[in-house]
Design a protein. Structure first.
Length: 183
């Protein structure tokens, strides 16, 4: 059995989970999320815990057992506490500004880039160079963060660009540093 799949999901107080007809609805203080269960996977409520079960040992249900459990655990965490992702903007003149449901990003192009945030994702800008994204759906939040980072990924020579807060940019020596060694 899957090591991840057999772990129980703790459901905190204030979170309601309803499962019927392969549809799981998780509702909490921050919002409501739904997920359709794949064939061969079931969900059972045991007090304050959820258990994900599979009907057989076939290749399909085995492959989706741990994935489904993690998706449901992310839904429960999302509606109770939510998720955040922090991006840092590095470079002279590079900055961001959050207005309504848009993010205005200036990263060295001839014009500022307007990034429309999808529903359920909010952005806060601190010090013009730190963008904090918040949302209840971890998948959508990750896609938005990756989309913003893709506008100007960090380059290896000066480290300029948009990077995740926990990301370390591997730096390369430039031409001048390589030529100074002589040969």
């Amino acid at each position: 059995m899957s090591r991840i799949g057999r772990l129980a999901i703790a459901v905190p107080k204030g979170v309601q989970v309803e499962a019927s007809n392969r549809q799981v609805v998780v509702q909490g203080a921050k919002g409501k999320l739904t997920h359709t269960l794949p064939a061969g996977i079931g969900v059972a409520r045991e007090g304050a815990f959820l258990r994900v079960t599979r009907e057989g040992d076939g290749r399909g249900p085995r492959a989706l057992h741990g994935l489904t459990r993690k998706l449901l655990a992310n839904m429960v965490q999302g509606v109770s506490t939510g998720f955040t992702r922090t991006l840092e903007i590095v470079g002279v003149g590079y900055r961001a500004d959050a207005r309504a449901n848009s993010l205005y990003i200036t990263v060295g192009y001839s014009h500022p880039i307007v990034y429309q945030l999808p529903p359920g994702v909010t952005a806060k800008v601190e010090k013009q160079t730190v963008v904090t994204l918040e949302g209840i759906d971890r998948h959508i939040l990750g896609e938005v963060a990756a989309g913003i980072r893709a506008l100007r990924p960090p380059e290896p020579y000066k480290g300029k660009g948009i990077k995740y807060a926990e990301e370390r940019v591997r730096r390369k020596a430039g031409k001048a540093a390589g030529a100074a060694g002589g040969s």
